[in-house]
Ligand binder design. Structure first.
Ligand SMILES: Nc1nc2c(c(=O)[nH]1)N[C@H]1C(S)=C(S)[C@@H](COP(=O)(O)O)O[C@H]1N2
Ligand SMILES: [Mo]
Length: 201
């Protein structure tokens, strides 16, 4: 038996219903969600920085970022507004490649993603160290579209999708946690969708 109509729909679509986190429903489309507007980005002046609790802060141009080894992962994404999308394939640079360059200090435990227009999101460092997380520039075989974060976004599949900052410009490592944009607005700091950590601390 299914716990909900939403689970039955997942099974009818040919997926294992246990893939649907509590309180979510499956969508075939990929909705677009963000505060503010889609920023205008010029790759010629664009840069990506990593700073904070690192031995060697870096600033990469688009060309330099593109030349780093890339990898691909296929993940399910879960928005706090209750839609889930299964099997999106992302391409990008794994954190481990960037960690080789910056060398996080032993005290580095949290990451703040910095995006265009001052948007931020925070995660424990383990969340971006995970095998299936990426600093992503492609999805489903194409470059990201502007509304999904082109040229670069964070993709942290272990949390509700608001942690996955679009139009990413940098990552700051910290020895303490610092709530980001939606977290300060009342969204849950940890955002584990398996526990429905949606709102409140
Ligand atoms: N820069 C930026 N990134 C953001 C947001 C935002 O407002 N600004 N919203 C987040 C939220 S709430 C969600 S659900 C996802 C949506 O990503 P999508 O539009 O690619 O589905 O982006 C996240 N990343
Ligand atoms: Mo969201």
């Amino acid at each position: 038996m299914f716990r909900s109509r939403a689970e039955k729909k997942v099974a009818d679509a040919g997926y294992d219903p246990s893939r649907l986190p509590p309180g979510q429903y499956l969508t075939e489309k990929w909705p677009v969600l963000h505060a503010g507007s889609v920023p205008t980005v010029d790759l010629a002046t664009w840069d990506f920085r990593i700073w904070g609790e690192v031995e060697n802060p870096i600033r990469l141009s688009w060309e330099e970022l593109e030349q780093l080894p890339s990898s691909e992962v296929t993940v399910d994404i879960h928005c706090v507004t209750r839609w889930s999308r299964f099997d999106t394939t992302f391409r990008g640079v794994h954190w481990s490649e960037l960690a080789k360059l910056v060398q996080p200090k032993p005290g580095a435990r949290f990451a703040v993603a910095h995006a265009e227009q001052g948007f931020t999101s925070n995660v424990p460092l383990e969340a971006i160290e995970a095998d299936d997380a990426l600093i992503a520039y492609g999805a489903d075989g194409e470059p990201l579209t502007p509304d999904h974060g082109w040229p670069l976004r964070l993709m942290v599949p272990s949390r509700y999708f608001w942690k996955s900052a679009k139009w990413l410009r940098g990552i700051e490592l910290l020895d303490h946690d610092r709530p980001g944009f939606w977290e300060r607005y009342g969204y849950n700091n940890n955002a584990d969708f398996t526990k429905e950590e949606r709102y409140g601390f």
